[in-house]
Design a protein around this ligand. Structure first.
Ligand code: NAI
Length: 335
């Protein structure tokens, strides 16, 4: 039998954790032949909820699930981790300043990065979901000097999937036929969902949109006034309609990100926030979303895409926000 993969999940007693656990244990993330050991990390107040989820995992009798353990200590929880899903974070409470939010999260992601550095397996792959995800990933990576920086990523796949959903509905194509969509920049309202290169069943999406919406100008208007803000603000729309934040879709996107990272992206590129190598003018070292392909278990930024003035401007705006966040955590001594 194959040796189990150790998956460490933080925030395991929270909502996204609850939605993730059952899909991981079913094999949706690492495939139907890979047994999984689950290490669940919580803060003391969250331990009982994580223990309850562990009981339900037992009751689900997943054949691939070899072991579940609940921890409130990061070193123990990351011991031997091959996959680390960093979901637990400090949310912004009423009246909280940005500096306080960054400091609170620095207090979580700094020590977790250090624990990963000290205790995780050599092949560890990390995804940060907890917000502000890009900068939390930057903090964690900066505390893990012995782990290659490329192993630290942040989730923008939810934004990517949201963009696919909107496009599929608008050009009336099955979502699985859409390729070459990109989320650039920060997982925030400044993100740039880019469809300039997108295709649907091989046809140019911008051309399909122009045909459907009555010309290039109307397609442009739709892009700027409807599509981009709808994708960027979809989180708020879900809260408004559902009465609660995006949970299942966030968990699903996390599964997609890690599955593709490990198993590859046979259908071309997707989006992920990865450590910049300076591509597309994004300062080296920032954790920013790019078009990426997973090749031999490594994310590679898709090179040499042509960007028009509009795209360059939008990317620069989101990257400027990431630079600001980086400078803020630097001046707070968090990196
Ligand atoms: P939640 O509040 O239901 O769960 C968070 C859990 O993390 C809680 O059980 C809490 O006790 C735990 N936690 C807090 N600090 C911890 C620490 N130091 N170590 C271990 N566990 C810790 O929140 P939910 O809905 O599960 O969301 C989790 C995070 O994901 C939030 O920061 C949210 O903003 C973010 N998010 C990110 C998305 C993305 O696309 N990047 C999408 C949706 C949510």
């Amino acid at each position: 039998a194959k040796k189990p993969i150790t998956v460490t999940l933080t925030g395991a007693g929270g909502q996204i954790g609850y939605a993730l656990l059952f899909r991981i244990a079913s094999g949706a993330m690492l495939g139907p032949d890979t047994p999984v050991r689950l290490n669940l990390l919580e803060i003391p107040q969250g331990v009982r909820a994580a223990e309850g989820a562990a009981l339900e995992l037992q009751d689900s009798a997943f054949p691939l699930l070899s072991h579940v353990e609940v921890y409130d200590d990061a070193r123990s929880a990351f011991h031997g981790a091959n996959v680390a899903l960093l979901v637990g974070a400090r949310p912004r409470s009423a009246g909280m300043e940005r500096g306080d939010l960054l400091t609170a999260n620095g207090g979580i992601f700094g020590p977790q990065g250090a624990a990963i550095n000290a205790a995780a397996a050599d092949d560890v792959r990390v995804i940060v979901v907890g917000n502000p995800a890009n900068t939390n990933a930057l903090i964690a990576a900066s505390h893990a000097p012995d782990v290659p920086a490329e192993r630290f990523t942040a989730l923008t796949r939810l934004d990517h999937n949201r963009a696919l959903g909107q496009l599929a509905a608008t050009v009336d194509t099955p979502v699985g036929d859409i390729r070459r969509v990109t989320i650039w920049g920060n997982h925030s309202a400044t993100q740039f969902p880019d469809i300039a290169h997108a295709t649907a069943a091989g046809d140019s999406v911008p051309a399909l949109l122009a045909a459907r919406l009555g010309g290039t100008d109307s397609a442009r208007e739709w892009l700027v006034d409807e599509f981009i803000p709808r994708v960027a603000k979809r989180g708020a729309e879900i809260i408004e309609v559902r009465g609660s934040s995006s949970v299942a879709s966030a968990a699903s996107a996390t599964i997609d990100h890690m599955r593709d990272w490990v198993a590859g992206t046979p259908n071309g590129w997707t989006s992920a926030a990865v450590v910049s190598d300076g591509s597309y003018g994004v300062p080296e070292g920032l954790v920013s979303s790019f078009p990426v392909e997973s090749v031999d278990g490594t994310w590679r930024i898709v090179p040499d895409l042509e960007l028009d003035e509009f795209a360059r401007h939008r990317i620069a705006a989101s990257v400027a926000e990431l630079v600001e966040e980086r400078d803020a955590v630097r001046s707070l001594g968090l990196i």
